[in-house]
Design a protein around this ligand. Structure first.
Ligand code: COI
Length: 354
């Protein structure tokens, strides 16, 4: 096992912090001064290093480039009102990272490297955490196959990294969503529950077509009947129908077990809503709209946080929402913000101190 004290740190000679306009932070564009790197070789993880953010030198035969053994996570660090830095629910992402690793025939990463490595990296670059509402330091852990061999087989060597990116809101306005019924994201037995790079690569065509049609993202449906709702490209989805919150269930393994999804379920229940995790069809949604019972629709994700949906298109039917009068999604968003900035007690131990 790696002793966390083994992390060797090489500091950047010059910080890029002053070169960046913290009032204009597009998602994932800027990276902090340092990154973490750890290699898996000869059946074991080697001690991680933290070093200046820099390009990698890789051979064109790199296995990950050819066969997609590559996984990642998305986590955020914030500052509370006192300016103290913390990470939001990183243990949950750590667990999910290893679920993805096992599904993709990759080695699990020890907690010391993932969590303690992340904590040390953020401690070093903590001046990069934006202190503005809806802004955060986005944390991107990733792992990819690093064998230099193009035979189709599980790689024997892997690289784990953590990058940090100061970022503003992913979606700054309520979203327009297109219900996808031609392409599929995931099928039972597949990799829909894993956060592997290929899930995102395979989604690009459908989301590009939706964009051309004037929509921000697609809402995926099941791969057989194209009627059961799964998730939106970058987030899980919730509907307020009557006085209930309904979100697609996880048991078929076709959607991502979102950490923000779990925070939302917990907080919605505390707000007094009954939350149902179950199969929900597009017909049920359209019917609830017709009868006036569909009150709100929103997405949850680390990058997206809580993102309201203002329009939902299914075939030729369009649901327009007037998000101004909504109660649930804005309150949920505010409660999560208050927990983060310390205005509200962190009753579930979601904040991990840096
Ligand atoms: C996240 O919410 O962190 C994600 O990974 C979704 C997307 C930005 C890829």
């Amino acid at each position: 096992m790696i002793d966390a004290m083994d992390i060797q740190i090489t500091k950047a000679k010059r910080s890029k912090l002053k070169d960046i306009d913290f009032n204009d932070l597009p998602f994932g564009k800027y990276f902090t001064d340092h990154m973490l790197e750890a290699d898996f070789e000869d059946g074991d993880w080697k001690a991680p290093v933290i070093k200046p953010y820099q390009p990698l030198l890789l051979e064109p035969s790199l296995a990950a480039l050819h066969y997609g053994q590559s996984i990642f996570e998305g986590i955020k660090a914030y500052k509370n009102k006192e300016g103290e830095a913390f990470i939001f629910r990183p243990r949950d992402n750590f667990k999910r990272f290893n679920v993805s690793a096992e599904r993709m025939q990759m080695p699990v990463i020890p907690e010391e490297i993932f969590l303690e490595g992340m904590r040390r990296l953020i401690a070093l670059d903590k001046d990069w955490i934006p202190a503005k509402e809806d802004y955060s330091l986005y944390i991107r852990p990733l792992m990819f196959a690093s064998d230099q061999l193009i035979g189709v087989k599980p790689s024997e060597s892997f690289k784990f990294m953590i990058l940090l990116s100061p970022t503003g809101p992913y979606y700054s306005a309520p979203m327009k969503i297109y219900v996808e019924e031609k392409y599929s994201r995931a099928a039972p037995g597949g990799v829909g529950f894993a956060k592997n790079a290929g899930n995102y690569g395979a989604s690009m065509l459908a989301s590009a077509i939706a964009k051309k049609r004037g929509y921000d993202q697609v809402l995926w449906t099941d791969s057989v009947e194209h009627k059961w709702l799964q998730e939106v490209g970058t987030m899980n989805v919730f509907f307020i129908i009557g006085s209930k919150a309904i979100t697609p269930s996880l048991e078929e393994g076709t959607i991502l077990e979102g950490v923000t999804r779990d925070s939302a379920i917990t907080v919605l229940k505390e707000m007094g809503l009954s939350v149902e995790e179950r199969k929900i069809s597009i017909e049920e949604l359209m019917e609830a709209h017709k009868t006036g019972n569909l009150k709100e629709a929103f997405g949850t994700g680390t990058a997206a946080t809580i993102s309201m949906i203002k329009e939902l298109r299914y075939k030729d039917s369009v649901i327009h929402f007037n998000t101004d009068g909504w109660k649930t999604a804005p309150e949920l968003k505010k409660i999560l913000k208050d927990i983060r900035d310390g205005s509200r007690e962190d009753r579930h131990g979601w904040k991990f101190a840096v």
